[in-house]
Design a protein around this ligand. Structure first.
Ligand code: PNS
Length: 160
């Protein structure tokens, strides 16, 4: 069985992330969406909130998706979960440098785990969680960027 881990902050999940997950599910039998939590950085949403949003919008993809969180190195988590591949999305050339560094660091740490990249749909090539947060902060229309459940959570957070 081909198992891949799709790690990310998902703070919050956007249609861009969902697009990558759907593409990965065409290639892998099982996709583990790994919400990585850096204990030294405070996210906008808590880990529990991010997990809840991913769960609500992804469901279990017909039994082929699971959602996990981690404060560990992604390659450690891959070994624990029996995954040999890391899935990441590429939007534009600007993503390449960061992904290149991370892939080589991960490969040095665990040579048996390979990274696989999917290119986002053109319509999401500019989209990021940070952009979405800024739009929400200034009451912009979130409809084309995030699912309604996530839009509600963003709006509620900024109204607090
Ligand atoms: O969504 P992001 O913030 O671009 O995700 C980056 C992420 C979460 C994939 C990366 O920070 C990660 O894997 N963090 C866990 C620590 C780790 O394994 N880092 C890579 C080796 S340097």
């Amino acid at each position: 069985m081909k198992i891949a881990v799709y790690p990310g902050s998902f703070d919050p999940i956007t249609y861009g992330h969902i697009d990558i997950a759907k593409r990965a599910l065409k290639v892998f039998d099982k996709l583990i969406i790994l919400i990585t939590v850096n204990p030294n950085k405070s996210g906008f949403f808590t880990a529990a909130e991010r997990i809840d949003m991913v769960r609500q919008v992804m469901g279990d993809c017909g039994g082929r998706c699971t959602i996990e969180s981690s404060t560990d190195l992604t390659v450690h988590k891959c070994k624990e979960l029996g995954a040999n591949h890391i899935v990441r999305g590429l939007r534009a050339v600007t993503d390449f440098e960061y992904e290149f560094q991370m892939t080589h660091a991960n490969r040095t740490l665990a040579g048996d785990i390979d990274s696989v990249f999917f290119m986002t749909s053109n319509e999401y090539s500019y989209l990021s969680s940070n952009t979405v947060k800024e739009i929400a902060q200034f009451d912009g229309d979130l409809e084309t960027f995030v699912p309604p459940y996530v839009a509600e959570k963003l709006t509620a957070k900024f109204r607090k």
